[in-house]
Design a protein around this ligand. Structure first.
Ligand code: DNO
Length: 392
């Protein structure tokens, strides 16, 4: 597996030199300075690639070229945004970067309620707590009919939680949910969030799926020509938020999306922490089923709770069988090798705890600390080495 590391570009507090020190050889990055929808100029793409190569690394994956909301709703200027998207794909392909991750989540990208969840060893993790999310949705945002989207016990717990929350706790919860986590293309205030949710809510699951397929029918032929493999990132978390439709939460969803537009350029990002937040997603089965369509892997673990809540646990200690998952991925790589294909799977240690000196520092991107990811990558690398040496 190609060991890679997400880098948020020149303003990332983690430098390219740090990435080399962590032992990664590939970089995963995006042109975050370009507004969602605008085409990526070839000069900017070239400049970014050069900076990465000057540091002794390679640009393995673009994560992400964000998909404009108008494309997801198939309204407004969606045709223009699709043309821009094609231009970005051509430019990325032209410099030889061949893997592009994106998502089709409605309204919000990845979502957590607590970015400072204290673990028993005093490091900090990211957490999604259903009670807090429902409290925000029903009692703070006051979304129309929101209460009907929650089980009675969750609703009661949310009501009780909300009644004890201070103004500053509410403000923090709100900013965690809607201000946009690292890498998110969108951030909202309360009014723009309500408005955007309303725009999506009528589309329904089948409508969202049709919009995704329409988008792929447009861009996949261009990706083919440009020599780019696209790999969609699953919904995180993999269930409906704000009553919105989700179309990439399960193996079924992935199957539908892949078979609707069959092409070598239409693939999947196996985000273990996203798919793994549902007990009915069997990650190892997914590797076996989608094997040759897996172009990118995020290795992360989670601990699930009965009501849908979860927190991000140690990379090797959680509800995902990380060793089994890595073994399945190594099998897939071996299968490719036997067929004479040189398709090594880029993986990145997805998220990490905030620990050591980084605790309390204001410039640490939540989930993207240096120390936590260094630890995660080192553990994952250990598993890869152990499994590989047992095979020889
Ligand atoms: C979170 C990430 C996501 C991901 C996008 C892909 O840590 O996995 O932000 O990059 O959803 O478009």
């Amino acid at each position: 597996m190609k060991q890679t590391w997400r880098w948020f570009g020149p303003s990332d507090p983690v430098s390219l030199e740090n990435i080399i020190q962590a032992g990664a050889t590939g970089v995963v990055t995006s042109l975050h300075h370009i507004a969602t929808g605008d085409p990526w100029p070839i000069t900017d793409v070239r400049e970014r690639k050069q900076a990465i190569e000057d540091a002794g690394l390679v640009w393995s994956v673009v994560e992400s070229i964000p998909v404009h909301n108008d494309i997801k709703t198939r309204s407004g200027d969606f045709r223009k945004w699709i043309e821009h998207y094609k231009e970005s794909l051509r430019n990325v392909g032209a410099v030889g970067v061949d893997t592009v991750c994106y998502n089709f989540m409605p309204v919000v990208d990845w979502t957590r309620t607590n970015l400072d969840y204290q673990l028993p060893n005093a490091s900090k993790a990211l957490r999604f707590e259903m009670t807090d999310f429902a409290a925000y949705d029903v009692f703070v945002l006051e979304r129309e009919n929101a209460a009907s989207d929650y089980a009675q016990d969750v609703l009661e717990a949310a009501r009780a939680r909300f009644s004890t929350m201070t103004e500053s706790e509410i403000a923090l919860l709100e900013s965690n949910i809607i201000a946009g986590l690292p890498g998110s293309a969108e951030s909202y205030d309360r009014n723009s969030l309500r408005k955007t949710i309303a725009e999506f809510i009528d589309i329904g699951t089948e409508g969202m799926r049709a919009n995704l397929i329409h988008f792929l029918e447009e861009v996949i032929p261009v990706a083919e020509e440009a020599g780019v493999r696209m790999c969609v990132h699953p919904d995180d978390p993999p269930f409906s938020l704000f009553g919105l439709p989700r179309v990439l939460s399960t193996a079924d969803d992935a199957r539908i999306m892949l078979s609707a537009v069959p092409s070598e350029s239409n693939g999947l990002t196996l985000c273990a922490g996203s798919f793994g937040a549902r007990a009915d997603n069997d990650l190892i089965d997914m590797v076996r089923e989608f094997g040759d369509k897996l172009y990118f892997v995020h290795l992360r673990n989670i601990k699930r709770e009965a009501d849908g809540s979860f927190y991000e646990s140690e990379h090797l200690d959680g509800d995902n069988d990380m060793v089994g998952l890595i073994a399945a991925l190594l099998d897939e790589e071996r299968r490719r090798k036997d067929l004479g294909q040189a398709l090594e799977i880029p993986m990145r240690p997805d998220h990490g705890h905030t620990l050591g000196d980084e605790i309390g520092q204001t410039n640490v991107n939540p989930g993207y600390s240096f120390g936590g990811r260094l630890k995660g990558l080192a553990e994952l690398r250990g598993v890869i080495h152990a499994l590989e040496s047992l095979r020889h």
